[in-house]
Write a protein that binds this ligand. Sequence first.
Ligand SMILES: [Zn+2]
Length: 691
Amino acid sequence: MEILNLLQGQDHIAKQFREHIWQYNNALAMTSLGCKVDDSVNRNGAGPYVFKVHGKLSHKAGSLLPPEGQTPLYSQLYIYDGAEALDYRMGHTANHNLHRGTMQTLQDTLFNHHLGVQLYKQALELTSNMPPDQQCKIALRFDESTDRRQYNLPTAAAANEIAVILSGDGDQPQDAHDIILYHCHGEPLQRISEMHPLYPSLHYVLLFPTGQLGWHKRMLCADADDAPAPAAADDEDAVENNNQVSRKWRYVTQAEWFRYRLFPRVDESLHLFMAGKLLQEFIVDAWAITEQSRLTWVKLNQAKLRVYHCQGIADAIAADPTVDTANLGQPIILPSSFSGSTHNMIQHCQDTLAINRYYHGADLFLTATANPNWPEIKAELLPGQKPSDRPDLIVRVFHAKMKEMLNDIHKDGIMGRTVARVWTIEFQKRGLPHMHMIIFFHPDAKLRTPEEIDSLLSAEFPDEEKHPELFELVKSVMVHTPCGSEHNNPNAPCIEKEKCTKNFPKLFQDQTVVTTDSYAKLCRRDTGKKFKIGQGDSEREVDNRWVVPYCPWLLWKCRCHINVESIASIKAIKYIYKYVYKGHDRTTMQFGTCQDEAQLYLDARYLSGCESGWHIYEFHMHEESPSVTHLQVHLEGEDLISWDEYEAPDAGDVIKRAVSRNTKLTAYFKENEKYPEARNLLYQDFPSKFV
Ligand SMILES: [Zn+2]
């Protein structure tokens, strides 16, 4: 097909098309993308293009006819004949740099093949006898019963599954998931439901050029029974409570569908993976709406999550004996099981402190960053691609590498026997994934002397002749690029108030010392040797003062930036928590005063392609080993209780129930009364002896 030629071609026109594919898609899309695009990362021009959004994301559809005297946009263009529509598209100021011939090819292809165009034409025919200024509503309704798992087959069948319905004067019940179009201008842009199977293809017309149907909530898994699945009780429940429902009725969840799409297959066209910037946008969109669906679920299921201090309820009843329990508690909370929520972050932080306490201090702090130039990534790129065109590959390779590294460190003990670990994944400003890990050694393997530290870590260039391979690796990924105005690099990401936040260049140091400072100071000898890094204008001279501490074996094995620091004092731990969880700062600031945590989370959210891909593939964000049992600590009468508002217990019952039950803490007190040996145990150590 013509689009495939453009995606694969190596000639000038095809390359120009791929460079501007995002613009072409926008010019041809039938719905617009409603979101804030964060372009600050792309502004200085250095580095590959990153698509990043901030806050909520939605798709919007306009009216069938443009307002009187204004230029038609989006779907409105498809009702014009080819040449006229092309003039409108090319005449738009945003499109002046695009190629007319390419636009024509794309427009003709979509005009002839895209299901959306047919539906719009049908809608227009239905309303053709109406005067242009008469308003009416047209719904594109999907008939779920027609779907029999052949969702990969393109249009022939699909056309029968979407009906164009002309609503009368509100006499027809409206399905919340219909796509609503208005006949003429006057209503604001309509947000289209992400539950509609046309959601992806109306916007990503170049990825789904025949209007292929996407996910819908009654999609059956391939191995589901043929018997029709019982209707799910409640729409939102059916979709969002995806785990339960999919296991029960074997519906494909929204996240599963996107995950399926984001694996290349031998028997399918690879055009999705050739789309570069458009693929980035598609991945971000996919995760953005999946997460929004989950937030909606959280909002609709507050009853199950509602918590309140016992004492608080008693106070509320004292103030007003007729109080309705449904109105108590925080308005909207994000539970700690929601990855990325404030409660989730606080819980991880406390777990880490518990592990730190139990093992008498951590030993190493490691930060690993994905290397887009890994040969494993380059080998899988399609002809002419750059790593940044494939966030899907970057995160999959990073995930595999980190799994291997965890095995090396904790199973094979390449640095010494370990007993515990805590790690989290974070995404850089440019979107590349990082792993932060705290490593706890067995008492026999702890690094106690400078010699022991030197045997594992280094902060110097290795000998160029004896270890040429390692030398090149250090030079390419373990050097802090000289920063600040004195090195002609005033806008380096590490610079804040004209100072390097990472304290480079470090001082020369004759030997390793373990101080009361947070990290051990590694040996950096002044050998007089200087090396050149970078090319052309960004070429700079560096010596041992600019080397980031690393572990030679890990660097050689993983071939990416892996900073390893030896923790010398408890101060480091504080710093690490702050560092590891800094990404959440913006959401924690308003913690406690916030009325709607779900909304706050959404407003503060930034998403890039890599991060979205990581979530869609369901890779973990955090792990701690061994696991930590959570013990509540509370004052008498201030333990957390929860209740289901649909059971509508009266407030007095809630209190009675709370008073009669044990919390872990009250049980601990009771056991202390009963068993003298329990009195020697601290509350934290209690679960390890008494269960
Ligand atoms: Zn710096």
